[in-house]
Write a protein that binds this ligand. Structure first.
Ligand code: DPP
Ligand code: ZN
Length: 872
């Protein structure tokens, strides 16, 4: 099993111009007939080779003639066929087994055999589990798909494309046909068949096409799809206005399933969603989940252009569609909600998920150079860092320039399988700029460290800002080069006002972008009456780690005065880190006091947005704190962070916290508008701080809040406070919640997660007890993630027990999962990231667990690659 390398890319020797697929659908067995119109690249002399996995070949014919067994060979995931010519038609018939497909890749069953439905997942390489095909994204074909099935079991039949007839068949069976005129790669193929309900809406695109929007779900969930429908309409309008992109078929289907490996999938005309990212109602969804549904609906819809109309040449280019689409989704969410809060959320995710990935054994460039299993590369780096790279390009070109660039990109590459180079070329050419220096960002792993140091010369009234960059080498790249780093900046006076910028004999207003391209550069600002305080990387203008020698007082000034909402929060985070370090090192309390004093003042500021205040009151999380340590002791990090928050709570004072909590609780409603959401967020944060000073009083509030909650945000928040601070008192509401939501899998997932994340050594026993709950199963990815991933990735003190028992339990579960669903097993295994930096006892235990895991000889390619990289 050798790695696949980007440098070995070759255009396909054989393409498929048109595909006709015919499905005889059944839960246990389905038969698939495929008819491929083949095109041969005259410049290549390769035999015809098709991909296929776990297919039972029933018949094969070339140009109407059945092939003798000597004319084709099944070898290692492929089928070689002799005698094909340009224009040949290959017909195959295969049998597959949906109900036995626990990997949820290809055609599979969602739900029970009696009541469930059939569906497909083809990205990245699921289509080869359905039929023999050159299963690679640069083979684009038009599709005609006919579905046949028993009407009673499968009353709804859907495939991507426009409907092209339907009718009855003998024996209670029926059929439906779909035609997709837009050539597309096989990974975008989808079908759905079963008992589903729908909601509908008519939509007219800006260019005048009438489209039927249909969202499908099982009967008990269909009423929870209305919010997604609203979000879909908003997404479609937004893409018309922001990018000039219109939808291109007559119907757009969205289907919800509880059995899905990822969040959602952008299949052409038939998006399929993990129910977690589609269903929403106040009783069972939190405010965060509402925002997530809106974002994922938008993300998948936006893929219709950034992904489907323009697709990827090969899987190394995955970020071409994912990074760009995440950026589009982030911009949409910022427009729909609050831009600074969205930016805080995105950067927090980047720091929590991507920075650790980039600093550990799984580090890879946004465009990886090699892989063994492509499913392991749907990562925070490809998605989140990829989006940051697009953001840098957009920032460089400005809004109008970026739009010119994307217009050219879509026009030039429509119907094509493109590369990152194509993207940069279109953006650059539309603006007469050379963007090739930014290509280096795509090929180099690791998070650059940006050092900033300022000197002020009072006599010359000059401030010189020295910026330098360094990226720690990795095992893949011993030398890492300087990258272009756009640094958006402003300078502040000691009175908290922004100062005019005079650089290079120009006046640039109060904000400018300097681009650091070398290892080190100096930037000179003139005409300054005092030593300024720089606000750097405003809006997080580049995905780097900034190290600047601020004093606590300077950070406090920015925290109080910076009008850039993101940088204001960022100053608070930096100050919290100083405070954390001071506590850790037993140094004086100057930084702690500066952080607490500034926040206490903001706590009293009636003009401050409640949601921003809630974020400001939260220091960086334990994962981020761990990233800064060369030797990690999760228990110590947890204790320090608690201590820090306690200092803050004490500084604000129990009376003020109590008063604020009561005021916010008195205003509680079920409303979903931004202000109501912000109040709930702040109320929760205040209650958490109060619990650090007065657990009994806070739990009294929580008990009432749980009982009277208008929606899931308040209900779950109250339950979390009770469970953390008074285990005995939380037993009854936990049982109540369990019973109340016994038939709501998404709410039950939250119940598992909440308990799996309770800190401390007791977590392991709790997880084991929860595994015995009849609702727990490894077969459902959401449930496995809700308990196991929440424990291993979201509960540092619980998972990283000194005795290694957390690790041992976890690898047993990974092994069990691997036999069912390798994609999920591999994903969950990434929880070991960072193990090399653990303190010696834990490190040894983690190492032993990983070595034991690696020693199993039947690991899937997915899990083997992750574990192998962990141990590299
Ligand atoms: N392409 C899906 C998405 O990110 C996941 N495979 O939208
Ligand atoms: Zn995507």
């Amino acid at each position: 099993n050798l790695p696949i390398r980007l440098t070995n890319y070759r255009a396909p020797a054989w393409r498929v111009e048109h595909v006709e697929l015919d499905f005889e659908l059944g839960t246990d067995t389905t038969e698939v007939a495929a008819k491929l119109l083949l095109r041969r690249d005259p410049a290549q002399n390769e035999p015809l080779r098709l991909d296929g996995e776990q297919l039972e070949l029933l018949s094969i014919a070339l140009d109407g003639q059945p092939l003798p067994a000597t004319a084709y060979r099944q070898i290692d995931g492929g089928l070689e066929v002799d005698g094909a010519r340009d224009g040949s038609v290959l017909e195959t018939r295969v049998r597959v087994h949906p109900a036995a497909n626990t990997a949820l890749e290809g055609l599979y069953l969602s739900g029970s055999r009696e009541a469930g439905f059939l569906l497909t997942q083809c990205e990245a390489q699921g289509f080869r589990h359905i039929t023999w095909f050159p299963d690679r994204p640069d083979v684009q074909s038009t599709y005609t798909v006919t579905l046949r099935a028993d009407r009673a079991h499968f009353p709804v039949l859907l495939a991507g494309g426009n409907p092209d007839g339907a009718g009855e068949l003998d024996g209670g069976r029926h059929w439906a046909r779909f035609v997709d005129p837009h050539p597309r790669p096989s990974y975008l193929f989808a079908l759905v068949a079963g008992r589903l309900e729908k909601i509908e809406r008519d939509y007219r695109t800006a260019d005048g096409r009438d489209v039927q929007l249909k969202i499908w779900a099982e009967a008990d969930a269909i009423e929870r799809c209305h919010y997604a429908m609203d979000a879909l309409e908003r997404s479609m309008r937004w893409d018309e206005q922001a990018y000039g992109r219109n939808y291109d078929l007559d119907v757009f289907h969205v289907v919800a399933t509880h059995d899905f490996n990822m969040g959602a999938m952008e299949n052409k005309g038939l998006n399929i969603f993990n129910a977690k990212c589609l269903l929403a109602d106040p009783d069972s969804s939190t405010d965060d989940e509402y925002r997530r549904v809106e974002a994922v609906i938008a993300h998948e819809y936006f893929h219709n252009w950034s992904g489907n109309r323009v697709t990827c040449r090969d899987w190394f280019q995955l970020s071409l569609k994912e990074g760009f689409t995440v950026f589009r989704e982030q911009s949409f969410s910022a427009d729909m909600n609050s831009a600074p809060l969205k930016r805080i959320e995105d950067v927090s995710l980047l720091r929590r998920a991507q920075f650790p990935e980039d600093a550990g054994p799984l580090a890879h460039p946004v465009r990886p150079a090699e892989y063994r299993e492509i499913n392991n590369f749907y990562t925070a780096t490809v998605y989140e860092k990829g989006a940051e790279l697009v953001r840098m390009l957009a920032g460089k070109l400005g809004a109008a320039g970026f739009r010119r660039g994307t217009d050219l990109y879509f026009a030039r590459n429509d119907g094509r399988a493109a590369t990152i180079e194509d993207f940069l070329a279109a953006l650059g050419e539309a603006n007469g700029v050379d963007l090739t220096p930014y290509l280096a960002w795509y090929g180099q792993a690791g998070t650059p460290r940006l050092k900033a140091h300022g000197t002020y010369d009072a006599a010359r009234r000059e401030y010189v800002l020295t910026l330098s960059q360094h990226t720690t080498p990795g095992h893949d790249q011993p030398h890492r080069q300087p990258l272009p780093i756009p640094v958006k900046l402003a300078l502040f006076g000691s009175d908290g006002r922004m100062l005019p910028l005079h650089m290079d004999d120009q006046t640039a207003g109060t904000e400018a972008v300097t681009v650091l391209t070398e290892a080190e550069q100096h930037f000179v600002f003139r005409d300054l009456a005092e030593r300024p305080i720089p606000s750097l990387l405003r809006g997080f203008s580049a995905p780097v780690i900034l190290e600047c020698d601020y004093t606590p007082a300077e950070l406090a000034l920015l925290l109080t005065h910076d009008p850039d909402g993101f940088n204001r929060w960022e100053a608070g985070q930096q100050l919290a880190l100083r405070a954390h370090d001071a506590l850790r090192d037993g140094m004086g309390s100057q930084a702690v006091a500066a952080w607490c004093d500034a926040l206490a003042a903001l706590f009293d500021d009636a003009n401050l947005d409640a949601a921003l205040l809630a974020d400001l009151l939260s220091p960086p999380g334990e994962i981020e704190l761990a990233e800064r340590e060369s030797v990690v002791d999760p228990a110590r990090i947890h204790a320090l962070r608690q201590q820090l928050q306690q200092r803050l709570a004490t500084r604000i004072g129990p009376d003020k916290l109590e008063t604020r909590y009561r005021a916010l609780a008195a205003q509680s409603t079920a409303a979903l508008d931004a202000a109501s959401q912000a109040h709930r967020r702040l109320k929760q944060r205040v209650l958490q701080l109060l619990a650090l000073l007065d657990p009994t009083g806070a739990c009294d509030h929580a008990a009432v809040q749980y009982r009277d909650a208008h929606g899931m945000t308040d209900r779950l928040g109250a339950l979390a406070v009770l469970a953390r601070h008074d285990a005995a008192r939380s037993a009854e509401p936990l049982a109540h919640f369990r019973a109340r939501y016994a038939n709501d899998p998404l709410a039950l997932d939250k119940w598992f997660t909440l308990q799996a994340q309770l800190p401390g050594e007791g977590a392991l026993a709790r997880v084991q007890a929860l595994e015995a709950d009849p609702a727990f199963t490894l077969k459902n990815p959401n449930r496995a993630r809700a308990l196991l991933s929440a424990f291993a990735s979201g509960n540092p003190t619980g998972f990283h027990r000194v005795d290694g028992a957390g690790y041992r339990l976890y690898i047993e579960r990974l092994l069990a999962l691997d036999t069912l669903n390798p994609q999920i097993a591999a994903r969950l295994a990434t929880a070991f990231n960072g193990w090399q930096r653990l303190e010696p006892q834990r490190r040894e235990a983690a190492h032993a667990a990983l070595v034991a895991l690696a020693a199993h000889d039947k690991l899937s390619r997915n899990l083997a690659e992750i574990v192998g990289n962990m141990l590299k």
